[in-house]
Design a protein around this ligand. Structure first.
Ligand code: HEM
Length: 423
């Protein structure tokens, strides 16, 4: 993670257009519901420069998909750079520490990316996921029955969707379950530090937390190397077999650092966003509860309609033309998956929740191409297990009317922090 390399002045800027002045991903109205604004922008200017975040915004499905699939002209190296360059004090904290996360997967390019993807992807195989399934179902079941036995109304995020993906990921990685709260906190800090607009005082705090979180991941992998067990990180240690040419322990630590974020924050949001979408659609919810509506297409349509990763970054390696707009070499691109997934050219009646829509699997919630999410099968399993268990135990569940929907203001993650439900 190149925490120190972002330099706003080095960005390849573009003209200020009508869309540039309208687009503000930190506007509270946009944070609450970005979709009306994105529909207008996608319609009027598919590609435009945003001076507010020093990036070119890309909103149409075909263009987003073409960029994701073209690793020759577009680099992923900037994917995890802080959007808001860190202040000198925060930079000093990182620079004075041992923090060092090399680009491996999500923020790396071929050929290095391809080599690491083969190594780190291999143990995430079907059998390991299949072995996790009973644990997923039991963990979900425990949380839902505990919630059902407690008072109504309750917060579905606190009771279910916040912890379960972390507990599953921890089982996969071989991390003690009692560390959930700590790691969840670090993951939220990382969202703010990388994709948010923290004040200088906040940046200083976040930089300190990033160092702590990094050290936690590195220490975890050291322990695995001394006493490998039956988990993904131990699989990597065994595959490495002491050969730094395959991967160093430091690189395995960096993967742990990344997965301790990517492997749960996204799935927590996917499940909370999905419950928010389906509970008010009573005919659909009742069909799910009666077992008449298969759950897998519901999960997929939820990912399309309200993707947890709303936007992701690439950088143009050369000057390109996108939707008739000239974009200079070096331009930072914000690919807005939330807009692409509702492009009516690709998905008719895009604002409607239509489980089983013919081409739903085309959505880009997990990206597409070389960097397609390695955890997609696991995430799908988890979200489906949560829907199935809630439908079984709490068929009368409804959203509490008139509630606020708190989302963390940032460009990339639609992370609902509370969802009040009653039964
Ligand atoms: C609903 C939940 C999830 C969503 C929406 C999601 C979304 C994404 C997206 C958008 C990317 C980047 C694609 C690109 O750059 O083109 C990605 C990459 C990745 N995700 Fe996920 N993810 C989810 C869950 C998970 C889980 C559970 C894991 C791990 C267990 C995981 C591991 C990864 C990894 C390792 C990459 C990097 C792949 C590469 O660059 O080759 N994700 N994910």
């Amino acid at each position: 993670m190149r925490l120190l390399s972002t330099d706003a002045s080095a960005q390849a800027a573009g003209p200020v257009t009508e869309a540039s002045t309208r687009f503000d991903p930190f506007d509270p109205a946009y944070v609450l519901d970005p979709y009306p604004a994105l529909a207008q922008l996608r319609e009027s200017e598919g590609v435009f420069f945003s001076p507010a975040i020093g990036s070119w915004i890309v909103t149409r499905f075909d263009t987003v998909k073409a960029i994701l699939r073209d690793t020759h002209r577009y680099s992923a190296l900037i994917a995890c750079d802080p959007l808001t360059p860190l202040c000198p004090h925060a930079r000093g904290i990182i620079a004075a520490s041992d923090f060092d996360v090399p680009p491996l997967l999500v923020n790396n390019d071929p050929p290095s990316h391809s080599r690491y993807r083969a190594f780190f992807g291999a143990p995430l195989k079907r059998e390991r996921l299949a072995a996790l399934q009973p644990f997923i179902e039991q963990t979900v079941e425990d949380h839902v029955t505990r919630m059902a036995a407690g008072p109504s109304p309750a917060d579905l995020v606190a009771a279910l969707t916040w912890d379960v993906p972390a507990l599953v990921l921890f089982r996969l990685l071989g991390v003690p379950a009692e560390d959930v709260a700590k790691v969840k906190h670090w993951a939220s800090s990382r969202v703010m530090m990388t994709w948010g607009r923290p004040s200088e005082a906040e940046q200083v705090k976040l930089a300190g937390e990033a160092v702590e979180y990094y050290r936690y991941a590195m220490a975890l992998v050291q322990r695995k190397s001394q006493a490998p067990s039956d988990d993904y990180l131990s699989d990597l240690v065994r595959l490495r077999d002491g050969d730094d040419g395959k991967a160093t322990l430091h690189e395995i630590g960096a993967i742990a650092f990344n997965l301790l974020f990517a492997g749960h924050e996204t799935t927590s949001s996917a499940s909370a966003n999905l419950f928010k979408a389906i509970l008010p659609r009573r005919a659909l919810w009742e069909a799910i509860c009666r077992g008449e509506q298969p759950i897998a297409p519901v999960v997929e349509e939820g990912l399309r309609l309200d993707p947890p990763v709303q936007a992701w970054r690439r950088q143009a390696k050369e000057a390109v033309e996108l939707d008739g707009v000239q974009v200079p070499a070096g331009a930072r691109l914000l690919l807005v998956f939330a807009a692409a997934n509702r492009d009516p050219v690709q998905f008719p009646e895009p604002d409607n929740f239509v489980p089983g829509r013919r081409n739903v699997m085309q959505h880009v919630a997990f990206g597409t191409g070389a960097h397609f999410c390695l955890g997609a099968p696991l995430a799908r399993l988890e979200v489906a297990a949560m829907v199935a268990s809630v439908a079984r135990h709490l068929p009368g569940l409804t959203l509490v009317p008139g509630q606020d929907y708190p989302y963390t203001p940032n460009t990339s993650f639609r992370a609902l922090r509370q969802l009040m439900v009653a039964w």
